[in-house]
Write a protein of this length. Structure first.
Length: 131
């Protein structure tokens, strides 16, 4: 017996990333000025330093797209038992995490890069479960 259906592990992975990216979007929008200041300082010794506002807008667009795709994917997985959009949404999530990883490595924030790896592994597990 299961609370969800045969895809309960993937449903939970999708819910995890919906919560993660949704709260990330809300935090960035609600405190835009401090977000820009934080990342400008974080990337002060990198080639991204002067591009932070543009990069943050790009990240925000990708995160919003991911949340929308994750929600649609969850809907189709639960109600239609269709995996295509759920898989695409996790692939988009993986691309976002790779972008974050590149940023952390450029900033030489190896602990931050290691934290992203945990999220990335969960994404790959979700994709694997849908394959």
């Amino acid at each position: 017996m299961s609370i969800f259906n045969a895809n309960s592990a993937v449903i939970l992975v999708l819910l995890f990333f919906i919560i993660t990216f949704f709260l990330s979007v809300i935090e960035k929008i609600a405190d835009w000025k401090n977000t820009i200041a934080y990342y400008t300082n974080h990337f002060k010794n990198t080639i991204l330093y002067k591009m932070i506002p543009v990069v943050m807008i790009q990240v925000l667009i990708f995160e919003i797209a991911a949340v929308i795709l994750l929600c649609i994917g969850l809907y189709f997985l639960v109600l239609e038992d269709t995996i295509a959009i759920a898989k695409i949404s996790l692939e988009v999530s993986a691309i976002i995490l790779l972008q974050f990883l590149i940023g952390q490595r450029l900033a030489k924030d190896y602990a931050g890069a290691m934290n992203i790896t945990v999220y990335f592994i969960l994404t790959i597990i979700g994709i694997f479960l849908l394959t």
